[in-house]
Design a protein around this ligand. Structure first.
Ligand SMILES: *[C@@H]1O[C@H](CO)[C@@H](O)[C@H](O)[C@H]1NC(C)=O
Ligand SMILES: *[C@@H]1O[C@H](CO)[C@@H](O)[C@H](O)[C@H]1NC(C)=O
Ligand SMILES: *[C@@H]1O[C@H](CO)[C@@H](O)[C@H](O)[C@H]1NC(C)=O
Ligand SMILES: *[C@@H]1O[C@H](CO)[C@@H](O)[C@H](O)[C@H]1NC(C)=O
Ligand SMILES: *[C@@H]1O[C@H](CO)[C@@H](O)[C@H](O)[C@H]1NC(C)=O
Ligand SMILES: *[C@@H]1O[C@H](CO)[C@@H](O)[C@H](O)[C@H]1NC(C)=O
Ligand SMILES: *[C@@H]1O[C@H](CO)[C@@H](O)[C@H](O)[C@H]1NC(C)=O
Ligand SMILES: *[C@@H]1O[C@H](CO)[C@@H](O)[C@H](O)[C@H]1NC(C)=O
Length: 605
């Protein structure tokens, strides 16, 4: 059995780990690497840690006292420990080739996996016909396999999402009710809290503090404040904590021999990360206090303290860098579809991968803390596996619908982009096992919408598809509803839908429209659905009329079907976002931080 393949290392020190895993779990039932570009080696071993982390979120058994150097200590457990993993390594560190991704999909489908988890997002938006994840996931869907994928970490700008295929379940990341924070203590005993995962306190003695502004180089003051690499001087910053007004040059600062650094919180990556040396990202106000202290103290010095966990009552809040919809190529589909935990998540890590080794401790780690939609994705995979274990016969779209229509909505007043940040909301795996009704989408419909989108862009249609009758995205049987409106015109839009009864044999559902629709005329026809058998399908149409909308505006409503027991909720979004300069909404210079390892799982019932 290849149970140990992801964890095996030549060094003797890891033999125990391998033994424990292979004896007690046998979770990895297959591992394969795809490297047609001969990028590196042909090893399926996880040399990055990301795949192990994601796999354990789905499948990990219970581990008591799991932590990262004592941080975030508790019981770690995957969503569905009875699942088994087949790993298909299509990426090598952060490089993924289309040919390898597609090949991985083909093998996974041939191997008969139940659900495919793809924590990969492209940095650039492409049409579905040129997107290996969309194409691979389409083939999987045809064979009854649901593909769950990460939204991407290029947010928070509108339309930063690149995974938008309607046949996949796209996952955004949110924080949880437990955050990890770092602490900084100044020489005057003042303490400041910020973003940091510091496994240790900075020595016994405080460390001298310097500010980039004081760097002796002849750079301009602005450059020095930001600690630009060309301004750094080892002799000046060696073994000191340096404070900078920019957080981008951590690598260079480390290389220059600094003991640690203090930077402002990053708007785009506003959460705590494991760094290669002691650090803390502070809010502006705290940073100003540190600067004032620095200015006035005779011998300015600081302690960077070990990180702690705190309660986070505002959760779930969408991660700052979680990619936002709508997709420029398909603005009539709400993407992402759902959110799940993806900020500061403790999960298993490959002990063969260096943990950005702190000088004083390079021992292998069994756990690490990572963030991003890559981490949110496997949470939803586990939830999908959970639903599938109750309903093995359900189609991919039924499982997807169940997870979407039972999700808890978020407080929209905190998000100007509304559902384009969080989709239908936060998943609720337990409710998703009993959704009452599901929106099932056929291969035929997906193909027809694919043809429509390709043709309207003057591009090629999917292979073999003659597509005599195409459909616009808002016409397919999607569990949420959206339309991009022409802002100059009054409008009438219709969303035809069909629901399938998977609840009680005899049940009557009544339509309720949520949200303030004082200026709109909304009609659900029929507005009562009486089911008399299981798996019975019923059609209805939601028609909305309204006056012209302002540019870049969004109107949010929801359709709720309820029989007194189930709440089957579909958000409805009318928007004029991306109607002008849409393509510019993507910032091409955005740093590509998406992690990668295609990871596929098998369910053993
Ligand atoms: C400093 O200024 C001198 C003379 O203008 C220049 O030759 C040198 O490259 C500068 N050094 C840095 C680090 O910018
Ligand atoms: C970072 O997130 C915290 C809450 O998690 C928020 O209070 C703060 O305003 C954010 N800071 C920035 C710069 O976005
Ligand atoms: C939503 O957020 C707003 C603004 O912070 C707050 O006033 C309101 O109470 C919140 N609503 C709910 C239901 O939490
Ligand atoms: C897309 O579908 C709509 C509705 O069926 C149709 O009116 C339109 O012509 C189609 N567009 C293309 C390019 O096929
Ligand atoms: C495409 O067409 C070829 C030749 O007619 C056929 O063998 C193949 O099965 C078709 N593929 C699909 C996906 O329908
Ligand atoms: C459903 O309703 C029909 C007619 O009202 C009745 O004949 C049938 O027994 C009911 N079935 C169940 C399972 O309650
Ligand atoms: C809906 O909004 C309008 C104007 O914005 C307001 O007058 C009305 O009271 C609101 N209705 C509800 C039910 O909140
Ligand atoms: C309805 O339209 C009026 C006038 O255009 C506007 O002031 C009001 O905010 C609108 N109500 C809603 C709920 O959008």
């Amino acid at each position: 059995m290849k149970a140990s393949v992801l964890f095996l290392q030549n060094g003797k020190e890891h033999v125990m780990v391998v033994k424990v895993l292979s004896v007690t779990s046998k979770k990895i039932i297959g591992a394969r690497t795809f490297s047609l570009q001969s990028y590196k080696t042909f090893s399926a071993r996880d040399t990055f840690g990301h795949g192990t982390h994601a796999a354990s979120i789905i499948s990990g058994r219970e581990v008591i006292d799991a932590s990262y150097y004592g941080i975030a200590k508790g019981i770690a457990r995957g969503g569905v420990p009875s699942t088994r993993i087949a790993a298909y390594k299509a990426c090598h560190d952060i490089n993924c080739f289309d040919i390898d991704v597609l090949s991985a999909f083909d093998h996974a489908i041939a191997d008969g996996v139940d659900i495919i988890s793809v924590s990969i997002a492209r940095p650039k938006l492409v049409e579905l016909t040129f997107d290996p994840i969309a194409i691979g996931a389409f083939h999987a869907m045809e064979k009854g396999i649901l593909t769950v994928n990460a939204a991407g970490n290029d947010g928070p700008l509108l339309s930063s999402i690149t995974n938008y295929a309607p046949w996949t379940l796209t996952v955004a990341a949110s924080d949880t009710d437990r955050r990890i924070v770092g602490k900084l203590r100044l020489g005057n005993h003042e303490e400041h809290v910020g973003n940091a995962i510091n496994p240790f306190s900075s020595r016994v003695k405080p460390v001298p503090l310097v500010y980039g502004k004081e760097l002796p180089s002849n750079c301009s003051e602005i450059k020095k404040r930001k600690c630009l690499p060309e301004c750094l001087e080892t002799s000046f910053i060696n073994q000191k904590v340096i404070m900078c007004d920019e957080h981008r040059y951590l690598g260079e600062i480390t290389a220059s021999g600094a003991f640690g650094f203090i930077v402002p919180i990053s708007l785009q990556k506003n959460y705590s990360k494991i760094m290669s040396f002691p650090s803390i990202a502070l809010p502006t106000k705290s940073l100003d206090s540190v600067k004032a202290y620095k200015k006035n103290a005779k011998v300015p010095e600081v302690h960077i303290l070990k990180s702690e966990t705190i309660k986070n009552p505002g959760a779930p809040y969408v991660a700052s860098d979680s990619a936002r919809g709508p997709s420029i190529f398909m603005p009539d589909i709400i993407k992402p579809d759902v959110i799940a935990p993806g900020v500061e998540i403790l999960a298993a890590f490959s002990p063969t991968v260096p943990q950005y080794g702190y000088e004083w401790n390079k021992s292998p780690m069994k756990f690490s803390i990572l963030s991003g939609t890559s981490i949110a994705c496997p949470h939803v995979v586990a939830a999908a596996a959970f639903v599938k274990s109750f309903h093995p016969e359900w189609s991919p779209s039924a499982i997807k619908s169940a997870l979407m229509t039972t999700a808890s909505e978020l407080n929209a007043s905190l998000y100007p982009e509304g559902e384009f940040a969080y989709g239908s909301g936060q998943i609720d795996p337990l409710k998703a096992t009993n959704p009452g009704l599901v929106y099932e989408t056929s291969t035929e419909e997906y193909l027809r919408v694919w043809c429509n989108i390709s043709r309207s862009r003057g591009s090629v249609t999917p292979a073999n598809a003659s597509c005599p009758h195409t459909l616009t995205p808002k016409e397919i049987n999607y569990p949420s509803m959206a339309v991009q409106l022409d802002m100059k015109k009054t409008f009438t839009v219709s969303f035809p839908r069909t629901v399938t009864n998977v609840g009680h044999t005899n049940s009557t559902y009544v339509a309720v429209i949520e949200g303030n629709h004082s200026n709109l005329s909304i009609n659900v026809e029929p507005n009562t659905l009486r089911f008399t058998t299981l798996n019975q399908k019923m059609k209805f149409v939601v028609t909305i009329r309204g006056k012209r909308m302002n540019p870049s505006s969004i109107k949010r409503l929801a359709l709720l079907w309820t029989d007194g027991v189930h709440r089957v909720r579909s958000p409805i979004v009318l928007h004029t976002m991306g109607t002008s300069n849409g393509e510019k909404a993507i910032n091409p210079s955005m740093f590509h931080m998406i992690f990668v390892i295609l990871m596929i799982m098998i369910l053993m019932c």
